[in-house]
Structures are given as structure tokens and as C-alpha cells.
Design a protein around this ligand. Sequence first.
Ligand code: GAR
Length: 208
Amino acid sequence: MHTRVRSAILISGRGSNMQALLDAARDKADFPASFDLVISDRADAAGLDIARKAGCDALALQQTGAGKAAWEAELTTLLRRADIELVCLAGFMRLLSGGFLAGLGRPVLNIHPSLLPDFPGLNAQAQALKAGVRVAGCTAHEVTEVMDAGPIIGQAQVPVQTYDSVEALSARILREEHRLYPACVARFLGARLQPSPTPEPETPVHAH
Ligand code: GAR
């Protein structure tokens, strides 16, 4: 079996997408990533306990009075020390700076509960209901310094029902997030681990 890509998951809360990633890495022999470290920016994130119970190293790293740059520097140190090659955000509610992303030099992925580029930012499901769309969904994408705007890896759609509530729509989308995110992590790594195809010899173009 090929070596799995050492990966970290960043969370802020419940951690159900983190759980879906941990499950995929445990259950699928050919899953290309291992999740070796979970970091939360909140000490009270329920996901921390779930990660520990699953046998993962899990810790809280909260921003202190020293500010965001110091917090990001510490995060970089922790990720480097653990030899992390891929970072997956899973319900992580902070914007990472361009300086952090460039300094880390490792891809960072995210799952967002809308069909981006529609409804970036907070409360995406409520934004979708307010806009009156009939189709909602979720997006797995690469993270750049612009919020929810990096290259899209994959999307899944769900219908919006008449008189949907934010809770019902969010639950319908979340079920798809749990399926989509692990599949997109695998797709992303698969594409990167493939040797680039040998270019076809150029064939002359004939005009007819
Ligand atoms: C998920 O719906 C995730 O897509 C969303 O927060 C929820 C976290 O749930 N993330 C964002 O809105 C990021 N902009 P979880 O903690 O159970 O995975």
C-alpha cells in the first residue's frame, strides 16, 4: 500500500465532518490520507472529545492577547512538528491569512454548506432560504486567503422544500457534506499523487 498523506483537521465545534473524515480513513483501506492531528480554536469544541475517543491527537489552540499572527505562528509550528502535509478545515470558523497559507506551504481544504460561489460566509443555509433558491448544497474547495473562494474540488446538491426551515435544510445538506468531503479529499490527493500524463505526440491537424 502507498504511504498515506499525513493530515490534520481544524475544527471549531461539533465535529461531524471531522468524524466523517476519520471514519473514511479508518474504513477504506485505499483512503489516501491519515488524520493524525485535530486542532480546535475553541477549548469547548465537542469535536475534541470525539477525536480523542477515536484515538487521534487532539488539542485546543486559542488565540490569546498576543493576537492573530502569534496564533497562526503557533499553529504553523504544531502542524510542522507533526509533519502534516494536508490540512482539512471541518466547521472551522476562522479566516486564515494569506501569510499563514503561504508560510505553511501545504494545501488546505474546506467544506462549506452552499453551492459556492453562492452564499459564502456565515449562515449559508439561511442565506439560501432567504434568496429563495430551489436547489442548495455543499462545496469542497481549496482554501485561499479570500473566504470560500478557492478552487472547487466537488459539489453536491440537495432540493429546497417548500416551507423549509434552516434546521431541516442544514440537516439535509450536512448528510451530503459527510459523503462529499471524504470523497473530495481522496479526489484531491489522487489528482496530486498521479504522475503527470506523458504528453501525446503531436498529430498534425489536417484541414478538410
Ligand atoms: C458544517 O455545516 C460546515 O459545512 C459548516 O459548519 C458546519 C460544521 O459542522 N462550515 C462553515 O460554514 C464554514 N464556513 P460540523 O462541526 O458538525 O462539521
